[in-house]
Design a protein around this ligand. Sequence first.
Ligand SMILES: [Zn+2]
Ligand SMILES: [Zn+2]
Length: 387
Amino acid sequence: MPILAQYAVGSIQRYLIAEYCQLWTASGGHSLTYQTKKMARKRLYNLVNSDELKRRMLESKEARTTLSFYRYHQIKDPAAFRDELYLRWNRLGVFGRIYVASEGINGQISVPESNFEAFREDMYAIPWLNGARLNIAIDDDGKSFYKLKIKVRDKIVADGLDDQSFDVTKRGKHLSADEVNQLLDSPDTIVVDMRNHYESEVGHFEGAVCPDVETFREALPIVEEMLEDKKDHPIIMYCTGGIRCEKASAYYLHKGFDKVFMIDGGIIEYARQCREKGLPIKFKGKNFVFDERMGERIGEEVIAHCHQCGQPCDTHVNCANDACHILFLQCEACAEKYHNCCSQKCSDFTQLPEEQREALRGQVEFNGTKFGKGRYKALRKDEALAL
Ligand SMILES: [Zn+2]
Ligand SMILES: [Zn+2]
């Protein structure tokens, strides 16, 4: 049994026993009920209201470093590992979103600068995470996350693939930034953006194939179809931090593509290497990120347009109408005009008294559905709310 698995169970048990003892003393020595035991476990989660946590984060002067990491590794008991990690990293003030599955770990987090070394040591003390690349964000104000969330999932990336149907360990070759630039000079090379439409819209490699998809799961068969007659070309795949390409490259090799490459560490590591070595950066625009920052600038140029007026703009926002929440691009002038909303209808809705909004929820249709990343329908932006 791996050392950490033993350690994980032991230390969580120790933690729970300590919590039980406290509750037991507080209860005056009565035996603990199921409810109080549940209370102890609840301390392994953050239960403070999100708006309040976000406000605290925005007001905080604490310097934080944003980073991402992932590693494929067989984890025997993901739930126990999750609890253990929550305890250890919550103590270090880590914020962010981490997925744990029996196939490994995938995290996007921020760490207080003062705890950065302690965090790195703690992470590398886990034998199979020792040496995992910490992909440090490029354009970072430290305001990326406001709480720690660690979830157990079936997979660390939702790719919809049946991992038993192909050899996931037979992956494409990782390319350094220098190798990427060299290979891009060859006219045969095809570069494929494995991300979603809202990500590639604000930034991508020159000449990249950008599938118009909302999820990674959708991208896999679409890209396969798009490149059906180009199986003998060198294909460079990329995504934000490299994780999506790990399995996708194995899948395409299995599907008969000959020369499959992926950018080592994704856009983040590519840009870092280019800056460090003074190489030309062939990625244009912004790198979309899944945190409060919504994007980090890589190239100075703005390649996208405001979805409402068409002016150059690459600022992603969520519609201020909570019942809509659609993700779209909005310039400052339009933000003012539409009160940070995606449409007149949403703007009208936000002006209504709360009771009326509650009564109308679910009955009125908006551009977004609160949960989906759906496509913004600019044509409807001036439709007013009909009551
Ligand atoms: Zn605009
Ligand atoms: Zn809206």
